[in-house]
Structures are given as structure tokens and as C-alpha cells.
Design a protein around this ligand. Structure first.
Ligand code: GTP
Ligand code: MG
Length: 137
């Protein structure tokens, strides 16, 4: 068993899709290790997505990710990182497979409903960005 990190993004939270998305996550066999609802500042969103600093969409991404509340979570399952990326689908919802969270709930390549860590190493870094050790159980 291992862990991944996710956050339900501002578009999905604002539209009232938090519960439906969490239901899909639990039905896919993930256990919620940590969960909360927060709003990032643009600066803090920029720190989270620092890897994309040189990309043309970086400023838009920081504005979008700080535009409303998000729901970050740490999740546990065997093969968590890869299985969660499969559950959420492609970055661009137009290319996401049927039945994936992004196919069902994403609005655009930017407002794409949900994040999923891309490696075990980043899952740990990203989970620790939002949750203190005593919150991870
Ligand atoms: P995350 O799980 O959020 O990391 O998505 P990803 O791994 O599928 O995509 P990536 O890490 O490449 O991009 C991070 C986020 O930047 C995406 O989820 C989108 O919200 C946004 N993004 C990616 N590509 C584009 C783009 O071409 N234009 C815009 N406006 N936003 C983009
Ligand atoms: Mg990514």
C-alpha cells in the first residue's frame, strides 16, 4: 500500500461536485488519509506549481488555483499514484477517457477539476505542503 496526493480544484468545488468526486475516489478503492478545505493565495499556488514556472500558462494557473476553495487530500491504495492518474484521466478533458473524473467534471485544460501527483516522490512533497504529520493518519 502506498500514497498519492490530490486536490479537488476551484471549478469543481464551486460547482458543488466535491461529494460526487470523493464518492468516485472511495468507490475506486482509495482510503482518505487526510482531507480539508482551504483557499490558496496566488503566491502559495505559485509555490505548489513552481515546476511549471517557465510555462506560458503559469500566471493563469496561479490565478485560477487561488480563485476559490480547494479540497486537498492524501489517499492510500496499492499502486496509488498510477491508479489515481488513470481514475482522473488526461489533463485536457477533451482527451480524457469515458468515466474518468476529468471527463465527467472538468471544464477545460486549465479548470480540470482535480490534481493527481505524478510520482511517489512528488506525492510525499505535495502531501507535506498541505498537511502536518499529525494530520496524516
Ligand atoms: P495536475 O494533476 O494538476 O498536475 O495535472 P497534470 O499532471 O495532468 O498536468 P500538468 O502537471 O502538465 O499541468 C498542471 C496543471 O496546469 C493542469 O492540471 C492544468 O490545470 C494546467 N495546465 C496544463 N496545461 C495547460 C495549458 O496548456 N493551458 C492552461 N491554461 N493550463 C494548463
Ligand atoms: Mg502534473
Amino acid at each position: 500500500t502506498n500514497r498519492t496526493f490530490t486536490m479537488i480544484k476551484p471549478d469543481a468545488v464551486a460547482e458543488g461536485n466535491t461529494g460526487a468526486i470523493i464518492k468516485m475516489i472511495e468507490e475506486a478503492g482509495f482510503r482518505i488519509v487526510a482531507i480539508k478545505k482551504v483557499q490558496l493565495t496566488s503566491e502559495r499556488a505559485g509555490q505548489f506549481y513552481a515546476v511549471h514556472r517557465e510555462r506560458p500558462f503559469y500566471n493563469d494557473l496561479c490565478a485560477y488555483m487561488s480563485s476559490g476553495a480547494i479540497v486537498p487530500m492524501i489517499l492510500e491504495k496499492e499502486n496509488a499514484v498510477a491508479d489515481f492518474r488513470t481514475l482522473i484521466g488526461a489533463t485536457n478533458p477533451a482527451q480524457a477517457a469515458e468515466g474518468t473524473i476529468r471527463k465527467l467534471y472538468a471544464k477545460s485544460i486549465e479548470a480540470n477539476a482535480i490534481h493527481g501527483s505524478d510520482s511517489d516522490e512528488n506525492a510525499k512533497i505535495e502531501g507535506d505542503f498541505f498537511f502536518a504529520g499529525v494530520e496524516q493518519y
